[in-house]
Write a protein of this length. Sequence first.
Length: 607
Amino acid sequence: DKKIFNNIKSVYSTCMNEKNINKKGKEPLMNLLKKINLSENKSSFEGIDGLTNLIILIHNYRVDSFFELYIDNDLENPDINIIGLSQPDLSLSKENYKDEEMVSQYRATIEETLDLLYDGQQDKVKNAEIANSIIEFEQKLSNFTVSAEELNDISKIYNKSNFGKLMNDYPNINWNLYFSKIFSMSGAETTINDNVLIINENPKYLDSLNKIIVETDINTLLTYIEWSIIINNLGNIATSVKQPMKDFSKIINEESPRYKDCVSVTEKLMGNAVGRYFIEKTFNGNSKTSAEEVIGYIKEAMINRIPKMTWLDDTTKEYAIKKVEMMSNKIGYPDFIMQPKQLAKKYEGFDIDLDDYFNIFTNYKIFSVKENTKNLDKPVQKGVWFMTPQTVNAYYYTSDNSINFPAGILQPPFFNAKEPDYLNYGGIGMVVGHELTHAFDSTGSQFDASGKYFNWWTEDSYKEYSNLAMCFVDQYNQYTIKDSEGNDVNANGMLTINENLADNGALSRAYEAWILSSKNVEKFTERNKALPGLSDYTLDQLFYIAFGQSWCEKFRPEYLVELVTKDLHSVPKHRVNGVVSNNEHFAKTFNCPKNSPMNPEKKCKIW
């Protein structure tokens, strides 16, 4: 227990020790580049086996220049693990690679960074040539990547194949060599043969990659890989060297204080360990009991609502009710984090270097790569959490039909067991309803009550659902944000459709659940007392105010544009206004005039 606590402190304090980080300068990164030694080992990286060994080498440092490997449960058989291959996460979005101004700024950033790393010993013409080479290659890869919208469509990315087909279709990588070494190094006892199943998320991308890597000269490939290593590790060295990239990133994201960065780093590297102390400080048994009660009433509200949906046929209604009844929920945290020995076991193999921030991160990357791949030959662990206890978020997990609420979101303004229920149902009640509704969106609807990838909807019901969903697509497409120059940028209603449907269904279920809780009159009266200073508002109005307050945010225009382009959620303003403008009870509660922005004649509704 003491060691875990000290390791948390070490990660944070080493991150905060900028004096020591700056003293080391660029040396840690340059040492890593020398260790990998791309230029001197160039000849050994040529040919199919040579390039494959290079991909293996950089993968061990969590640098996925060409594709990403992951291990996850098979959607059709959630009890077993399966190999997955996906497109890489490139430096810019697909849209930004087509933006001349953004590309120009990115090019300048590469040139300045190279100049700092090599002490100006490379002439500027060469740096410019390198930058152009990197960008041209990244643009080639980007041309064959798919959008966030497509990556969210299970039917498009769940392309089940096998090892034999992978070798046959993309022969310019030695997949047998790749997987054998990767799994051997992680300790997975996996035998690779032609029948081993693989999910190929983007076959078009891998097909193009297979051609690009043989059409591109080895110098360009090594240049691109070296830049991938640099950009992957740049955040962990001296400020002076990473400043150009920080300035470039600030175009989109406002720079945060160092302590916030270090909190994020500690969360990333030691998240569950931090969670133990977060739970001790902020979460007690009463919080869990109160949250369970809210979840119970939300489920009851959904079960009551389903039979009233005229667009659903009886067969689909019956199965939808079954799915809610079989839905499990996890609240707060996984049990193991409160058991010191079990918690320590989760970090076995992750070495903390008390004096070197760069090494801590390098060790973590090596550790996490092994953790990612070691479980292929093992049964899927049930009840695993995919967020740490302190995470302010929640999720629906299709493969076990569960809704999950970390302790981090069971805090104000979303939830406080000591506050009136009308605030809690407007806050966390909406979040619970949101996650529950995901069980019936265009993704969740493709999974049955036990978590298997299986379409249980009748054709007529799904057709009606799709028609009704288009109302929301059209609605949210009309919303705009302002970019940094004051120009309107339209939201993407198709990209955000699942989240918007979940939001809209959620608020109605939350209100209905709050009313259901009044069955216990004495308890309801005690837990819904008026608050001082808010006597001008009815309790119903305060329910909606709590909902709106929960999503208060302020973002830079550049970041908002990035959200509109890539995020599956609508921006907070649209999340709130989009939902309440579809809600007849909201309009009645606040006496909104007919055809006003918050009470339009045309309203969208599914759930």
